[in-house]
Design a protein around this ligand. Structure first.
Ligand SMILES: Cc1cc2nc3c(=O)[nH]c(=O)nc-3n(C[C@H](O)[C@H](O)[C@H](O)COP(=O)(O)OP(=O)(O)OC[C@H]3O[C@@H](n4cnc5c(N)ncnc54)[C@H](O)[C@@H]3O)c2cc1C
Length: 390
């Protein structure tokens, strides 16, 4: 009998949610990750997580917005699961200790790019940190065996995984190793918002084992990378700045796009504006446009953007007193391994969840749906893998 029922690869929000759910379903679970347990993109997520809680909103409306933002390329079976399980996923996170920002007796909801309703829940502007901390605390208090500093190096049918210098046998494997935008940006000589572990080799291992993937070429640029001051280059300025009133302006101070359009449309509009000669230059010669953050109400900024304000002010710029400089930056892998609604890949006994999986966002993700995908499909993967291993 293999040593474990379920082996999870990766300790971001998706891997942690999967490990916890598999363990709570009665499985013997191990989690191996490349660096420390804390190291992941999920913890860097700032803006928030989407769920239809507004009186004028519904999971169907949420799904419709995803369909439009994905330019009709998303897998709507996966989307229906994502949006209908969003409210229960939020309740589950709350049970684990996540305290979403509240207002007037309900959640403080913001409207994010491509959304027709206010739907974004936040924990200040450190939502990913709050979610991963709660998940990590729960996993560390559970019977899950943790193998930090144990990168997946190979996967042989059965399943036998080489993680670091040990071999782990498991009946089922959940791949939750995130995307590849750090490596891709390095190769292109560009900036990225990603942590250095986002290098994509686990996707390649799955492809080599025969797994199918989709939309792997569709990489997302975050419309608002920081470009100045120098120590803010590559910082992802939360989309909630725009949700709370900031607008994009060209060199002449003119608005040139809907600042709350779908991500790819906004990013392209900035690139085009600069190409037309209507951009500005940073002191070190990088292209940029303005993000007029002075339009954000002080109270909104204090509640929903305190971390962003601290970062900029520490770098010598006050975003409430002056416009900041921004340009698109490589951010997210839209596509990934093909999965079904139980997060099963096309390889028997292998599951995938989070950024490594494809379909839920089609070729263009809306902000706030990635953390949601991690939780919804992480939980599904954990439960399904545990059941299959029995
Ligand atoms: C700066 C930033 C801000 C963001 N803001 C938001 C937001 O507001 N809302 C939103 O919904 N999304 C946001 N996102 C996107 C979202 O955070 C991520 O897409 C999502 O959290 C990915 O989660 P994951 O679990 O799939 O991967 P990750 O969190 O990246 O975790 C992957 C894990 O796999 C490990 N790993 C990698 N390779 C190996 C290997 N070979 N062997 C073993 N382990 C490996 C990594 O070390 C890591 O622990 C943001 C992303 C960034 C970078």
């Amino acid at each position: 009998m293999p040593g474990y029922d379920v082996l999870v690869i990766g300790s971001g929000a998706s891997g942690l949610a999967a490990a916890l759910s598999a363990e709570r379903s009665g499985a013997r679970v191990a989690l191996a990750t490349k660096g420390s347990i804390q190291s992941c993109n999920s913890a860097k997520a700032q803006g928030g997580i989407q769920a239809a809680f507004g009186d004028d909103d519904s999971p169907e409306q949420h799904a419709e917005d995803i369909w439009k933002s994905s330019h009709e390329t998303a897998n709507m079976e996966l989307v229906a699961v994502l949006t209908s399980e969003a409210p229960p996923a939020i309740r589950w996170l709350e049970e684990l200790g996540v305290e979403f920002t509240r207002q007037n007796g309900g959640y403080r909801l913001a409207r994010c790019g491509g959304a027709s309703r206010k739907r974004l829940l936040q924990v200040g502007d450190r939502t990913g940190h709050a979610i991963t901390k709660a998940l990590r605390d729960a996993v560390e208090a559970s019977a899950v065996t943790l193998f930090p500093s144990s990168p997946l190096l190979g996967l042989d049918e059965g399943w036998r995984a080489r993680v670091g210098d040990r071999e782990v046998e498991a009946t089922t494997v959940i791949l939750a190793a995130g995307g590849r935008c750090f490596k891709e940006a390095e190769e292109r000589g560009e900036l990225s918002t990603n942590h250095p572990g986002a290098t994509g080799e686990v996707t390649q291992i799955a492809l080599d084992a025969g797994a199918e993937a989709r939309d792997l070429d569709a990489l997302q640029y975050h419309p608002n990378g920081g470009t100045w001051p120098a120590n803010m280059q590559g910082y992802s300025i939360p989309e909630t700045t725009r949700a709370y009133g900031a607008v994009l302006l060209n060199a002449d101070g003119e608005e040139f796009t809907d600042s709350l359009g779908p991500r790819d449309v906004v990013a392209q509009a900035i690139v085009d504006e600069v190409a037309k000669g209507k951009g500005v230059e940073t002191p070190d010669g990088r292209p940029a446009v303005y993000l007029d953050t002075t339009r954000i109400r002080r109270e909104d900024a204090q509640i929903s953007l305190p971390y962003m304000l601290r970062r900029y002010r520490a770098a010598g710029v006050d975003p409430l007193a002056e416009k900041i400089l921004t340009y698109p930056v490589l951010h997210y892998q839209n596509g990934g391994l093909v999965i079904d609604t139980d997060a099963r890949t096309t390889l028997d006994g292998v599951y995938a969840c989070g950024e490594i999986a494809g379909g839920t966002h089609g070729r263009n993700r809306m902000m706030g749906n990635s953390l949601l995908e991690c939780v919804v499909f992480g939980r599904r993967a954990g439960r399904a893998a545990a059941t299959a291993a029995r």
